[in-house]
Ligand binder design. Structure first.
Ligand SMILES: O=C(O)CCC(=O)C(=O)O
Ligand SMILES: [Fe+2]
Length: 386
């Protein structure tokens, strides 16, 4: 679908790629190297502090739970759904991460989205730059994300399913998708994917609510007006110094939950709760990786953990992933849920506005801030800290 008719950008991209292939042995020239590395060139800004670098081998996580969601779609008895909710609850408590199969997202929908993703990142730099993100219009292409003030070895494309009519926290920021020209089928493939993922996100939200003994639709209201959910395409080119740089530095996702699709290269590492070790999340065909975000941690009053994770890169293979960040609405106030606090269990966080929190975090991506980026720890009640 993407090669039927070639735009000037696509034609140039193909010609550059074939030059690149026929000169495979000459890859040491700077120009060819830069093409192979998605335009990124290694410099000091990518170098992690020694204690945050990835080891050459990271052990594969054996314990991250794999949950089959098919009881949700096969009309199984309520008891089967309850059992599923209990599994989701245990995984969220013990790991903050789990894999799901039987999720109901059609394989063709995923295949179309991944083909669109590869076609986009294969475009020449100037075509990607034409849809580049800016602080005033923060959706689109970007190749200079920083996590905790160190540059990530990746390029991204950000978009939303529902374009908000007003910015999440006032001001002049414009949240409009930027669609690349001359990439037939790109928009349709990603819109189809986002729609399927939204459906899955609400199913997971319901399971999480059930697992906390809440009404199944207890959390739905937080997602009603002006959703801030966004979807990202990630491309991690081969990196000449995987011992120094990371694809994404260590972080926690701030939203309610993240649904990630990854290819078969591997590189997502999660910090294991039991011993603090970094372990690699395995690649399971046709699965999604789910992680509980900071918002769910606050709602659950720390019953569930938003686990720290990062992406290691390698010098041989590029990697693609697609996180769908399921975030509350801009007007949501986030605080421990009333049903989960009481005299014996005081709320561990002060209430905060999701819209303000989110837009402050977002602006941290553009500037090297002097302070650590905004974290939910800032809302942790001081007298309850260990
Ligand atoms: O690419 C991945 O595996 C994870 C990316 C990630 O953690 C993020 O974008 O927040
Ligand atoms: Fe993440």
């Amino acid at each position: 679908m993407f090669v039927d008719s070639l735009s000037p950008c696509e034609a140039e991209s193909l010609s550059l790629r074939s030059q690149h292939n026929s000169r495979a042995e000459l890859l040491h020239t700077n120009h060819s190297n830069l093409i192979a590395m998605g335009g990124l060139s290694m410099d000091q800004s990518f170098v992690q502090a020694p204690e945050h670098r990835s080891k050459v081998t990271v052990a594969e996580a054996t314990g991250v739970p794999l949950i089959d969601l098919s009881p949700l779609t096969s009309g199984d008895a309520a008891a089967a759904v309850d059992a599923l909710a209990a599994e989701v609850g245990a995984a969220s408590r013990e790991w903050g991460f789990f894999l799901v199969t039987g999720h109901g997202v059609p394989a063709e929908t995923v295949a179309r989205a991944t083909a669109a993703q590869r076609a986009f990142f294969a475009l020449p730099a100037e075509c990607k730059a034409a849809v580049r993100r800016s602080e005033a219009a923060p959706l689109g292409y970007y190749e200079s994300e920083h996590t905790k003030n160190v540059r990530d070895w990746k390029e991204v494309f950000d978009l939303v399913m529902h374009e908000p009519t007003t910015p999440p926290a006032g001001g002049e920021v414009v949240y409009e998708n930027k669609w690349p020209e001359d990439l037939p089928g790109f928009r349709e493939a990603l819109e189809e994917y986002m729609e399927a993922l939204e459906e899955l996100a609400f199913k997971l939200l319901e399971l999480l609510a059930r697992s906390l003994n809440l009404k199944p639709d207890r959390l739905h209201g937080f997602f009603k007006h002006q959703p801030t959910t966004f979807f990202r395409l990630n491309h991690y080119p081969p990196c000449p110094s995987p011992d120094l740089a990371l694809g994404v530095g260590r972080h926690k996702d701030p939203g309610a939950l993240t649904i990630l699709y990854q290819d078969d290269v591997g590189g997502l590492d999660v910090r294991r709760r039991s011993d603090g070790e970094w372990v690699r999340v395995r690649c399971v065909p046709d699965s999604f990786i789910i992680n509980v975000g900071d918002t769910m941690q606050v709602w659950s009053n720390d019953r569930y953990e938003s686990a720290e994770h990062r992406v290691s890169v390698n010098s041989a293979r590029e990697r693609f992933s697609m996180p769908y960040f399921f975030n509350p609405a801009a007007d949501a106030v986030v605080e421990p849920l009333g049903e989960l606090v009481g005299e014996d269990e005081p709320p561990r966080y002060s209430a905060y506005s999701w819209g303000e929190f989110f837009s402050t975090k977002l602006s941290g991506n553009y500037k090297k801030l002097d302070v650590e980026n905004l974290q939910i720890e800032h809302f942790k009640k001081k007298d309850l800290e260990a």
